[in-house]
Design a protein around this ligand. Structure first.
Ligand code: DP6
Length: 360
């Protein structure tokens, strides 16, 4: 297994004065959840996610060599407007990664970023945002070291993205990404995400994710605080062991096309994540009444039709509705007729499993 040290460059063969890159990176939705971490963004348990396709961040990075290399220097734009409120997060990210990208203080950067999904939709933009930025920095590093292999490029991009936001390391590649050491995945690492290394059954090809926007308000408790509350949590050890177990189960289900096991694991993971929040001290609830209404409707519909549609949740009230491509027409009909009423301003976003970050 690789150690952090391989990501510390020993020198560069080329120079670059000025230029720009542009990358997009998608959001991802965890099937087995990352909840709880150790120092330096090391996950307490392994996780696996579907990479999304439509919900993404597009980031342009312009760079120009400067005279003094004492400090970081950057301008930040979100949807064309200066965005000072993002600055501390980016500053912290740069501080964490500068040992792996020692040229960062030598440039002035202009970071121009936008999301394809509505802002304040409650969709986490930190995963796609940090991944898009990491891709751009890797493009710059590749300019300074053109010999770099693709394998190193993508591993290090995921490694850097992780230091920005844990789940961001799963937004570099598609279609299914595993992050965190696990016995069934010999190449798996706590440091970066890897593409699910087995053949995925056709039942999961083009899997659909319709995101129901239940509550677009600011979360009362951030993920960072939630992760922290897993330290000293009375159920933490059982939870981490369960995640290992669930990853083994879902691995088999993805290979064998076993939608029944897939559903059981995915829904249990979603509810367990929220159960951890409810049993933390202090405790908190991110689901809303409409989250539960939707879950019950999905269960009733599944029991009545036999269509393998299920839900998952991230750290918020929104519901991700997951279903196979061949059930698309029926499930969308169901969503429009029965679920949209529970969404804020009737808003939902249709997405599909995707391939990862893209260079423009
Ligand atoms: C519930 O990756 O947002 O979405 O590492 O502190 O930035 P930080 O946390 P973050 O946590 C995501 C938690 C989750 C589950 C998951 O995506 O696996």
């Amino acid at each position: 297994m690789l150690s952090e040290k391989v990501f510390i460059p020993t020198g560069y063969t080329h120079t670059a004065d000025k230029g720009s890159f542009e990358w997009s990176a998608p959001s991802n939705i965890a099937l087995v959840k990352y909840w709880g971490k150790k120092e330096n963004q090391i996950p307490a348990n392994p996780s696996v996610s579907f990479t999304l396709n439509n919900c993404k961040t597009i980031t342009k990075l312009a760079f120009e060599k400067k005279d003094n290399s004492q400090n970081f220097s950057f301008d930040l734009f979100f949807e064309g407007q200066p965005k000072e409120s993002f600055r501390p997060k980016i500053e912290k990210f740069l501080e964490r990664i500068v040992i792996y990208l020692p040229f960062l203080k030598e440039y002035h950067f202009t970071i121009d970023t936008q999301n394809t999904f509505p802002h304040s939709s409650g969709i986490a933009s930190s995963a796609s945002g940090m991944a898009a930025l990491a891709m751009n920095f890797m493009s710059l590093e590749r300019l300074l070291n053109p010999e770099m292999t693709d394998d190193y490029f993508y591993k290090k991009a995921s490694f850097l993205a992780r230091l920005g936001s844990g789940s961001a390391c799963r937004s570099v590649k598609g279609n299914i990404v595993v992050w965190g050491e696990h016995n069934d995945f010999s190449e798996s690492s706590n440091l970066y995400g890897i593409t699910f290394p087995y053949m995925i059954h056709e039942n999961f090809t083009n899997y659909q994710d319709t995101i129901l926007l239940v509550d677009k308000g600011e979360k009362q408790v951030s993920s960072t605080v939630g992760h922290d509350l897993m330290h000293g949590h009375p159920f933490a050890q059982q939870r981490f062991a369960q995640a290992h177990d669930n990853l083994s189960k879902i691995k088999e289900a993805l290979i064998n096309g076993d939608t029944t096991t897939f559903i059981a694991v995915v829904e249990s993971e979603a509810l367990t994540l929220h159960a951890m929040m409810m049993t933390s001290m202090p405790y908190f609830i991110l689901m809303k009444p409409n989250t539960l209404e939707i879950i019950n409707k999905i269960w009733t519909y599944r029991a009545a039709t036999g269509i393998p549609v299920c839900f998952t949740l991230d750290a918020g009230a929104n519901v991700h509705v997951l279903y196979p491509e061949n059930a698309k027409d029926k499930v969308l009909e169901f969503i429009k007729n029965e679920l949209v009423a529970f969404c804020q301003n009737s808003q939902y976003i249709c997405d599909i499993i995707g391939t990862g970050a893209t260079k423009y």
